[in-house]
Design a protein around this ligand. Sequence first.
Ligand SMILES: *Cc1c(COP(=O)(O)O)cnc(C)c1O
Length: 331
Amino acid sequence: MKTMPTLQDANQANARIKPMIWQTPVIAASDLAEKTGAAGIHLKLECLQNTGSFKVRGAANKILSLTDQEKKRGVITFSTGNHGKAVAYVAGQAGIKSVVCLSEHVAAYRVEMIKALGAEVSLKGHSQDEAEKNYQQLMAARGLVPVVPFDDPMIIAGQGTIALEILAKLPDTDVLLIQLSGGGLLAGMAMVAKSINPGVHVVGLSLEQSPAMLESLKAGLPVQVEEKDSLGDSLLGGIGFDNQYTLPMVEKFADEHLLIAEDEIKDGMFYIFEKHRLIVEGAAAVGVGALLNQKINVKGKNVVTLLSGSTINSEEYLRIIQGRLPKCAKQ
Ligand SMILES: *Cc1c(COP(=O)(O)O)cnc(C)c1O
C-alpha cells in the first residue's frame, strides 16, 4: 500500500502555497439554517479563490515542491478545466512551461481561459479517459512532469488545506458536505478534518449523471461510467484506471453519500445568487441544492459546505438564473 497523505502534509502544504492562494471567507447562511433546522450552516467561498476554484491549492502544492530539474522539464496535465486553469496559472507564476490536455467535450470558453494563462492546450478525444491517453503519449514523447488532477498525495494534501481553514474558524463543525468527483477534494478535506476532530461527519456529493466514485466504491475497483452532460460539469469524469489514493481514502473517510440531480443544482445556484449574491458554477452549488431539498437531516448540527468554484460562462449562468425567476407579465 502506498503512503497516504497526512495532516502534517496538509500543514506543510498550507505554508508552501500561501503566496499563490487566498484564505477565502466563510459566511453564515442563516436563512438556510432556519429552513433545515440546522444549528448553523456556513459556506466556504472557494468560488472567490484565485483562478476561480480551489484546484489552485493542490496544483500549487505539487508544482512548488518539484525539483529544479523537474521544473526545467515543464509540467503536463489533463482536466475538465479548473485543474488545467490552476496548473497553467501556478506554472505561469513560477516561470515553468505547461501543457494541458483536454477532451473535445470541454466547453470552449474553458479552453480559452487556459490558453490565456499561457499554457499550451492539446484537444483530443471525447471523454476524460481519452484525454488522459493523449496526455500519457505527450508526457512520454516530450519528457514533461505529470501534475494529475486528484490522485496524488501532494494534490490531496493541497486540497486538505481548505479544511484547515474551515476548522480554524469553525472548530465546532459537525457535518462537512463535500463535492465528490475524482475525490482529491474529499480525500484531503476529510483526512484533515477527521485528524483534527474524528467526530466530523463527512458527506460526499456526487452527480446523479456521473457517479464514478460511488460505482467504483461498490465494485471495489475503478470503473468507468457513461459520461452525460451536466450543469455540474466540473464533477464529470472517471477516477482513473490505476487509482491508488483517492479511492481508498474516500472509502475510509466518507461517512455518507448523496446523489445530486440536475434540478437540485439549479436550486442551489439560484439560492446562492438570490440570498448571497454570489455567482457559482453548478458543481459548487450541490451542497446547497441538497440542503434545500432536505436530502440530509442536519437538525441541530453545525454544517459547512463548500462553494467550490465559479467557472461558468455568462450565457449559461444567466439562462439558469432566468429560468428560476418568476415570469414577468408582458407589458
Ligand atoms: C474538481 C472540482 C470538484 C471535485 O474535486 P475532485 O477532487 O475531483 O473530487 C468540485 N468542484 C469544482 C468546482 C471542481 O473544479
